[in-house]
Design a protein around this ligand. Sequence first.
Ligand SMILES: [Fe+2]
Ligand SMILES: [Fe+2]
Length: 166
Amino acid sequence: MSTDAIVLLKDDHKQIRKAFTDFEKAGESAHVEKGKIVDRIIELLTVHTYVENEVMYPRVRELLPDLEDDVLESYEEHHVADLLVVELASMKPTDERFTAKTTVLIENVRHHVEEEEGEWFPQVRAGLGRKQLQEIGAELLEARKQAPRRPSQPSALKKTVDAVIS
Ligand SMILES: [Fe+2]
Ligand SMILES: [Fe+2]
């Protein structure tokens, strides 16, 4: 398996997009199914956000200072998604706002993923060598092992709280 950082992150994106489509295909009143899909979306996003925040963004910021503004914007986009994820995690699929909140989360994340894949990753690939991308990828895989799976786990919640109060 390649450890190229961009290949790994794109693979995450693919799984995330698949879960989004599954949610959209689920019937309006398929509460149990929608609940399970949202649990999966929450887990995928929590892990992915953690490895990008902890490894990908800081490394790129350090190696390619020209891309700093994009990194800062990405932190903010992750933060908005984090807030929605924290709220969704405490909701039941039967709650009136459950589907609406999930839909807004999906719209936000889709926009962010499109920007990463369409604009940001190509710039990162152009700026970094293959070897650097593989080293970052190896770090991403390490970080994944200790990544939180649910936003209620302290490391993820702490990040959200820090972002709110700072
Ligand atoms: Fe991201
Ligand atoms: Fe991403």
